[in-house]
Design a binder for this molecule. Structure first.
Ligand code: HEC
Ligand code: HEC
Ligand code: HEC
Ligand code: HEC
Length: 541
């Protein structure tokens, strides 16, 4: 990071040197600082709203409850709301594991417990949820009304970030409550209009073509294009150039949405001094004058990014199956155990995952993928009661259909991606909705490529052959550390009710450090296990 910001500062410094001669002598550093501060103060004052103390406290309390209920704090940092614990926090656990060096004591400890190859695999496989936008005081920048719409119907905002905001099951009332929470925290106008009226927008002045062009020039010369895209506008950079900037560019929004998200005076103030909005922001200070900031803003608000045509809805067609035998171990390694299991864990685990017992507002469908036995026990129909009948994920959703449910949801993710993932400089008009009432999988992540679908299809067509040896028990550290073992008779893809007797290995209690933590007993328990450190990841996650 240190070297990156060095590179960045150097780049900003040289691109800041304006080749054209200045007509008037530039203001002194002090004058500039004062002018910037005044400008930002004015913009913030214009958007400040006095909330009655009691109403503000109430909205913050109720909004926080909704945020916690919907688990927004599993990915986002939000004001002083406590992050969900490490065993459930998608971003902090991934960051933590990826940041461990082989010489760290924790690394050595975990490698001792799971095997060094497991640690290597973790670090190789974890590529997503290494960062997410920080939502602290977010309504100081973003319009509360925009936040409300976005929560209900999120879309891609950051072309270099593969993860997208997950579709939560959020009621209109909760979306309103959360938007009001953000407005109350930032003390800006209430989107419900109850306590604070919106300040009238400044009279819209159409900037001249020259100003817009000047803004475009500043955008290119002052380094904005190192991190940002503006739809399809040619910024003289490529996707690869942006990728070289690392995390900071992954977090930089596509600025073609800014005019929908920000009030004009706030956009200019942000460009001048982002840290006044939020001290930990990753956007650097850019050393513009207030007038220059307004010119860039005028460019961003007026530019026509000439979007490409919306791609057609992808057809739900499976690629041909591979023509060789495919084992459970292979599909587990390629897809189901590498990606899907992370939200479809088995019941006994500390976090059994939003796709099993619910999360992000979804009730969960009871689908568990950690072991073969639990996967073949199927899932509940979406929205059905917890004790309702289970259905096989290897059969089509509707009788007469041709695509197994497990693979259909992977194809549906491709439909969602038209809206959830738009590459840098390949921007197009987003479709109005996600395209399907059913959720695509893996939720919020890039869709599964054809090669993996071809393997999974072959495996299902070959009758879902089960494991042939025991793997994953403590001491048999194949890395998928939950017991999974040979099935004496292969029942094919047939649904097996979870009430059927399970083989001994599948019901064996989890190792001590895997069990949910319980409050300390009054009397010392016999042979009490060492308390698992909060830093211990659920095995094999
Ligand atoms: C599984 C992780 C995850 C969860 C849970 C989640 N989000 Fe997000 N959220 C993201 C990601 C990733 C983005 C960035 C998307 C993009 O830029 O394309 C995002 C973007 C946002 C943004 C836009 C912020 C900006 O700076 O552009 C808002 C607002 C937001 N989320 C609110 C919420 C709220 C409210 C909840 C709970 C209802 C929530 N998120 C739950 C991952 C998550
Ligand atoms: C306690 C630590 C921990 C938590 C919490 C955690 N993960 Fe992971 N995650 C891991 C590990 C370890 C791997 C790599 C496992 C492997 O390859 O066997 C991983 C891998 C993944 C992968 C596949 C690799 C990739 O980057 O695409 C996805 C997807 C994933 N996790 C999603 C999530 C989501 C979503 C959440 C929050 C609901 C979450 N994880 C919470 C530890 C964690
Ligand atoms: C080093 C990378 C980087 C550079 C250079 C950079 N930005 Fe940013 N910018 C970001 C990041 C990251 C964010 C999101 C900040 C956050 O979420 O706290 C951001 C946010 C913004 C936003 C808010 C947009 C929105 O829709 O939310 C605007 C406007 C913006 N930048 C304009 C600019 C301009 C104009 C320049 C050049 C003068 C510039 N940025 C230079 C990284 C950068
Ligand atoms: C980020 C978390 C997450 C990941 C990763 C994930 N799922 Fe899910 N999945 C969920 C949630 C949440 C639900 C439950 C939705 C509900 O309650 O209706 C679900 C439900 C499902 C369903 C039932 C859908 C329906 O319409 O009945 C299937 C099938 C499924 N997931 C398969 C997969 C597969 C296959 C993968 C990997 C390619 C995967 N999931 C990865 C979170 C996830």
């Amino acid at each position: 990071m240190a070297s990156l910001s060095g590179v960045l500062l150097a780049a900003l410094a040289c691109s800041g040197r304006d080749p054209e001669p200045e007509p008037t002598p530039p203001p002194s550093a002090e004058e500039l600082t004062a002018a910037r501060a005044t400008f930002v103060d004015q913009a913030l004052a214009q958007n400040h709203a006095d909330w009655p103390a009691e109403a503000r406290a109430e909205v913050i309390r109720d909004g926080r409850a909704a945020i916690e209920r919907l688990q927004c704090n599993r990915c986002h940092t939000i004001d002083d709301i406590e992050a969900s614990s490490r065993p459930t926090h998608c971003v902090s656990c991934h960051q933590w594991l990826n940041g461990l060096e082989p010489t760290d004591a924790t690394y050595t400890k975990l490698a001792g417990r799971y095997g060094a190859h497991v640690m290597e695999r973790y670090q190789r496989n974890i590529v997503h949820y290494l960062d997410a936008p920080n939502l602290t005081r977010i309504a100081a920048r973003l319009e509360p009304a925009w936040i409300e719409t976005y929560i209900k119907n999120p879309h891609d905002l950051r072309p270099l970030m593969e993860e997208t905001m997950v579709r939560s099951q959020v009621s209109p009332a909760d979306a309103r409550l959360i938007a009001r929470y953000f407005a109350a925290v930032a003390e800006t106008h209430d989107p419900a209009g109850q306590h604070t009226a919106r300040a009238p927008a400044a009279a819209a002045v159409q900037p001249s073509a020259e100003r817009i062009e000047a803004g475009r020039g500043l955008f290119m010369r002052r380094g904005c294009n190192l991190c940002h895209t503006v739809g399809n506008v040619d910024t003289g950079k490529t996707r690869e150039d942006l990728l070289r900037m690392g995390t900071i560019a992954r977090l930089a929004p596509n600025l073609r949405f800014t005019r929908e998200r920000m009030r004009p005076e706030l956009a200019a103030a942000w460009i001048l001094d982002p840290q006044r909005f939020h001290p930990d922001t990753t956007m650097p200070v850019t050393n513009l004058t207030p007038d220059e900031a307004e010119q860039v803003r005028d460019f961003l608000f007026a530019v026509d990014p000439r979007l490409g045509p919306t791609p057609p809805v992808p057809e739900l067609v499976l690629p041909p199956a591979v023509t060789r035998p495919v084992s459970w171990a292979e599909v587990k390694e390629s897809t189901l155990g590498r990606i899907c299991v992370h939200c479809h864990m088995n019941d006994h685990e500390r976090d059994n995952g939003p796709g099993n017992q619910g999360g992000y507002g979804w009730p969960g469908v009871g689908l568990r993928m950690r072991t073969y036995e639990t996967l073949v026990s199927g899932q509940r129909v979406r929205g059905a009661a917890p004790d309702s009948e289970r259905v096989s994920v290897f059969l089509p959703r509707e009788p007469g259909g041709s695509i197994p449910l497990l693979l259909e949801v992977m194809l549906l993710r491709r439909v969602e991606e038209r809206r959830d993932r738009v590459e840098a400089f390949a921007d197009y008009e987003l479709p109005p909705d996600h395209g399907s009432e059913h959720l695509g999988m893996p939720m919020g992540l890039p869709s599964i490529p054809d090669e993996e679908l071809a393997l999974l299809r072959a495996w299902i067509e070959q009758g879902c052959p089960g494991p042939t040896e025991v793997t994953g028990m403590p001491g048999i550290d194949d890395g998928f550390l939950v017991p999974d073992g040979p099935i004496p008779v292969n029942h094919g893809c047939e649904l097996r009710a979870p009430t059927e007797p399970r083989p001994a290995w599948s019901t064996q209690p989890p190792p001590e450090w895997e069990r949910p933590r319980e409050p300390a007993p009054a009397a010392p328990a016999p042979a009490a296990p060492a308390t698992p450190s909060p830093a211990t990841p659920p095995a094999g996650r």
